[in-house]
Design a protein around this ligand. Structure first.
Ligand code: SF4
Length: 374
């Protein structure tokens, strides 16, 4: 079956092509309430942005279409009204010239080209297409990528073209530090020939609405285009790469790397080691097996830790058994090494400086004994 290539899964596509292989079965997934709310929000905002007001019963009809309950419908009405007021102010008085809305919620298809026959065809070609709201499937031809910009804006002289995406989740990492968001924005910019990308972050509960806006250069877009084409050429050839993006992968349950379930597997291994008494090293324990298993666990734990870090950066909230919540803190430290001295001073001067420090006793030699399996 394989996953359809779209702007929102660009980061996954660039990193691992296995889920996009037509031969790969995808895990069954149902739209969550948060996803339905986000879709309803985008639809109401599109109407506001296009006409400046809503026809009667518009919110009610949109809420019914996305199967929102009465409370969510109330939230949607208040939320979109608040969000549109802020958006309009930004659109008219923001950091760029007065911007005019030129397109809202339009499904589009962009030809990427990646086969030998089309390899020289570098120009981006975009057309409007259809999107099935039930299945989220775009009507795409071969070598096309789908995407729906929430809104496209332009300045009067047409020099500034902004493509913007709405996000309604509560906790969000900064957009520029989120590879998933940046992948999506770059693809949308490529599809719309934008000079700037924007994210309008408006959480449902309110209080921290913000607009992120950044220019995007033709060089960045050309590089992104080339990366997408390369990824396209790898679909179906067995290419796969595990990493933080695995958490969004709809083919992770059948993945040979099992990276998406890494934290679960590592937890199970810890439980097994400690629960079976192996950790106490009693007489009956096979020490060779223990060391080998423990080494594997150390490697897994390192990767799992990085994965959990990525998840926290993306806004997940995890509580430790002692009640503390996992957070990320920037830590700075100074570091000096033989390599950094050689790099800073060049080889002859670097070696002379290292010798000088050695004579002063500032460089210490230490020895230790390592246990290795040979
Ligand atoms: S789980 Fe990760 S490595 Fe496996 S197919 Fe999905 S993205 Fe690729």
């Amino acid at each position: 079956m394989g996953l359809q290539i779209s702007a929102s899964n660009s980061d996954l596509f660039l990193n691992c092509q296995r889920p996009f292989d037509p031969e790969v079965e995808l895990d069954e997934r149902e739209a969550t309430d948060a996803m339905n709310y986000g879709s309803a929000f985008a639809e109401v905002m599109a109407e506001y942005r296009l006409r400046g007001k809503l026809p009667s019963l518009f919110v009610h009809n949109v809420a019914a279409k996305w199967k929102l309950d009465t409370d969510s419908e109330g939230d949607l009405a208040a939320h979109t009204s608040r969000a549109y007021a802020l958006w309009k102010e930004w659109q008219l008085q923001g950091p760029l010239d007065r911007l005019k809305v030129v397109r809202v919620e339009t499904p589009m298809a962009t030809f990427l080209g990646a086969t030998k026959a089309t390899a020289k065809k570098l120009a981006v070609q975009t057309r409007e297409t259809k999107l099935d709201l039930e299945t989220h499937h775009y009507d795409l031809d071969a070598n096309e990528i789908g995407g729906t910009p929430d809104v496209c804006l332009t300045s009067d002289d047409k020099k500034i073209r902004v493509v913007s995406d709405d996000k309604t989740g509560e906790d969000r990492a900064m957009v520029y530090s989120s590879p998933k968001d940046m992948g999506q924005l770059k693809t949308l910019a490529l599809m719309t020939d934008a000079t700037h990308v924007a994210v309008f972050h408006s959480p449902r509960s309110g209080g921290s609405d913000a607009i992120y806006l950044d220019p995007i250069t033709p060089k960045e877009l050309a590089e992104h285009h080339a990366a997408l084409r390369l990824a396209l050429s790898r679909v179906g050839d067995g290419s796969m790469r595990p990493g933080p993006w695995c958490r969004y992968c709809p083919a992770k349950s059948s993945c040979p790397t099992q990276y998406g379930e890494l934290a679960v597997h590592t937890g199970a291994l810890v439980k097994k080691l400690s629960g079976a008494g192996a950790i106490q090293l009693s007489d009956g324990v096979d020490r060779g097996l223990f060391v080998q298993t423990w080494s594997q666990l150390e490697k897994l734990a390192k990767i799992a830790r990085e994965q959990i870090k990525e998840e926290v950066a993306a806004g997940e909230v995890y509580e430790c058994p002692d009640g503390r919540v996992l957070t990320l803190t920037e830590v700075k430290r100074e570091n000096i090494s033989l390599k950094s001295i050689r790099e800073a001073l060049g080889k002859p001067a670097g070696e002379a400086e290292i010798e000088r420090l050695r004579k002063m006793g500032a460089i210490k030699e230490i020895t230790w004994v390592e246990m290795r399996a040979k």
